[in-house]
Design a protein around this ligand. Structure first.
Ligand code: FES
Length: 271
């Protein structure tokens, strides 16, 4: 279960929206290329408190001859992320990863649909970028539904235009885009996405994913990335276990960090 830990250097750490930060980190060139959906555990180099290690999805990745660069999007929600937000250029961080498994690429679907709530945009942006470069050449449309409570919490919108044919922004108060839950906007359009021709990828808060599970029949290919609290991030503490339905309808518990964070939507037990 032990994983390699890399020391990285912060080259950029900026508040891009209220309480939402974009951090860019330079890592050794041997850092493995992440699959879309994978995450890292990050903490400040030399800090001994294990509880201040935080899981963050990888938002972008690039490799040059001399180093690798990852970008992380994160929201300040507690002590650990508050400390991250205070890091200045050239601060050192410890990165464990890439961790977990990535999204499965569904072969040749006409419609690729992404549904993100809040900071859930991060892994889906990496996936959109990946699909554009690789498997998705025959997709006629990549549509991105991006939801947040208010305009202040919409992040990652700028980069999406390069990859997605259509972007639907929704906010709870209508301060940006449609005044709607992102799942409602998707539901309105669902007739345009026949199950056999569509692949759906989602990441966001649990209530958003739960309501998606009620809208989609088992015929749909839909994978979701779960945002659970994590302590170790490498499968050792069982602190991130979620109930999953197996093929024979038996319930088993899976670790989001090691067995996920990506699961088939219909296999997750949402109650
Ligand atoms: Fe420890 Fe997942 S966080 S097992």
């Amino acid at each position: 279960m032990a994983k390699d830990i890399y020391v990285g250097e912060v080259s950029h750490n900026e508040e891009i929206q209220v309480d939402h930060f974009l951090m860019r980190i330079k890592l050794p060139v041997c850092f493995a290329e992440p699959l879309p959906g994978q995450f890292v555990m990050i903490r400040i180099a030399g800090l001994q408190d294990p509880f201040l290690s935080r899981p963050v999805s990888i938002y972008s990745f690039a490799r040059s001859r001399t180093n690798c660069t990852i970008e992380l999007l994160y929201r300040v929600v507690g002590k650990g992320t508050q400390i991250l937000a205070g890091l200045i250029k050239r601060s050192q961080v410890e990165i464990c990863g890439p961790l977990g498994g990535g999204y499965t690429i569904a072969p040749s679907r006409k419609n690729i649909i992404f549904i993100a709530g809040g900071i859930g945009v991060a892994p889906l942006s990496l996936l959109a970028q990946y699909l554009c470069k690789t498997a998705c050449h025959d997709a006629e449309a990549m549509t991105f539904y991006l939801g947040a409570k208010t305009a202040d919490a919409v992040v990652g919108l700028d980069g999406l235009g390069k990859y997605c044919y259509r972007i639907v922004v929704c906010t709870d108060d209508g301060s940006l885009g449609e005044k709607s839950l992102v799942t409602k906007a998707f539901q309105r359009d669902i007739k345009n996405y026949p199950p056999a021709e569509s692949a759906i990828y989602a990441c966001g808060p649990r209530p958003m994913l739960r309501s998606l599970s009620k809208m989609l029949t088992k015929k749909y290919f839909c994978q979701v990335s779960l945002e659970e609290r994590m302590a170790c991030g490498v499968g050792a503490c069982i602190g991130c276990a979620v109930a999953i339905k197996e093929e024979d309808d038996k319930t088993v518990y899976k670790r989001v960090c090691a067995d996920g964070p990506v699961f088939d939507l219909q296999k997750v037990i949402w109650e």
